[in-house]
Design a protein around this ligand. Structure first.
Ligand SMILES: Nc1ncnc2c1ncn2[C@@H]1O[C@H](COP(=O)(O)OP(=O)(O)O)[C@@H](O)[C@H]1O
Ligand SMILES: [Mg+2]
Length: 315
């Protein structure tokens, strides 16, 4: 399977000035490593405010100006620098944004869904595709000429979704594509994401809903306090015994079908010296408070936990 996207050791922080002159760097994403292959759906599962949208925006090259970024992003083996991001955006790499504010308030929705075209022929082709995709999501012809302010929240989400699919991307970044949609549209969306995979494309599905990740993804990356703490096959999430990290186990046990044993605790807001899950962890070791575990490969599962590192690892 060829690699489409590789994110290596990505960190994102913001410099903020507290009370005028005191500089404070707040790290939102730390040392994030993830990849997406052709013919694969990878879900990033994390709670609200954990930096998921920032990850999406860094891949697309649309981070806010005050973001400090380190690390490397590659697309089809090429470094994805800002100019390549801009070249591929909306074409090979498409985003379903989380916020409806991504719609241009001054442009009719069908026009923005079609995007720029190099000639009339491309326009005609895309117009046909736009109509097809819109009607699949129940957006009839009267919607084409509306402006974003004339849409309901659900319609606006469908327009964003359609816009990304009309682009026919090789890599789709879907940032929380389902909340606020009716049941039928949620099913359509999941089906469309799966169809992209069947067409040998790759999808990075960002969500805070474990059920959406379980229903859709091949692999799931668990995001906790800015860190990817485990990347495991979706299949293994059916049973808490087949996942490794204590937080992932707690997450699975907290599902209604497993009796809601909620042990999550609070994710620290500030960067901590050791493992971010240390305080809540039932299997913590002495060194977890002051040392950070690395993301390591344990029998094919990526895990960030000292319990799976060699005993004599020098830390
Ligand atoms: N422009 C910004 N300046 C400072 N902090 C920001 C900025 N944008 C986002 N953040 C911080 O990053 C955090 C993560 O944001 P986000 O990626 O939207 O989370 P998620 O998508 O997981 O809900 C936010 O809680 C916020 O504190
Ligand atoms: Mg978000």
């Amino acid at each position: 399977m060829a690699k489409l996207l590789e994110v290596n050791n990505l960190s994102i922080s913001f410099t903020q000035y507290v009370q005028g002159l005191n500089r404070h760097d707040s790290k939102v994403i730390s040392d994030l490593t993830i990849d997406v292959n052709e013919n694969e759906i990878v879900a990033i599962l994390g709670s609200s405010g954990s930096g998921k949208s920032l990850l999406a925006h860094s891949i697309l090259g649309i981070l806010p100006y005050n973001a400090n970024v380190t690390g490397e992003i590659k697309y089809k083996d090429k470094i994805l620098d800002q100019s390549l991001k801009e070249e591929l955006r909306g074409e090979e790499i498409c985003l379903i944004p989380q916020s409806v504010n991504f719609l241009d308030p001054l442009m009719k929705v069908s026009k923005q869904a079609i995007g720029e075209c190099k000639d009339n022929k491309e326009y005609e082709e895309k117009k046909i595709r736009q109509r097809e995709v819109f009607s699949k999501y129940g957006l009839d012809e009267s919607v084409d000429d509306l402006y974003p302010f004339e849409l309901s929240g659900g319609m606006a989400r469908k327009v964003l979704l359609s816009t990304a699919l009309i682009g026919n991307p090789d890599l789709l970044i879907a940032d929380e594509p389902t909340p606020g949609l009716d049941k039928k549209s949620v099913e359509e969306t999941i089906l469309d994401i799966r169809n992209l995979k069947e067409l040998n494309k790759g999808v990075l599905l960002i969500t805070h809903e474990i059920n959406v990740a379980l229903e859709t993804a091949d692999r799931i990356a668990i995001f906790y306090s800015g860190y990817v703490i485990e990347i495991n096959n979706a299949e293994n999430f059916k049973n808490a015994e087949n996942v490794l990290h204590p937080y992932t186990k707690a997450l699975i046990e907290s599902l209604p079908e497993n009796g809601f044993k909620l042990t999550e605790g609070v994710q620290p807001l500030d960067e901590v010296a050791g493992c971010p899950y240390w305080e809540n962890c039932p299997v913590r070791l002495d060194k977890c408070e002051k040392n950070k575990p690395k993301l390591i490969n344990h029998n094919g599962i990526m895990i960030r936990c000292f319990n799976y590192e060699e005993v004599n690892d020098g830390t």
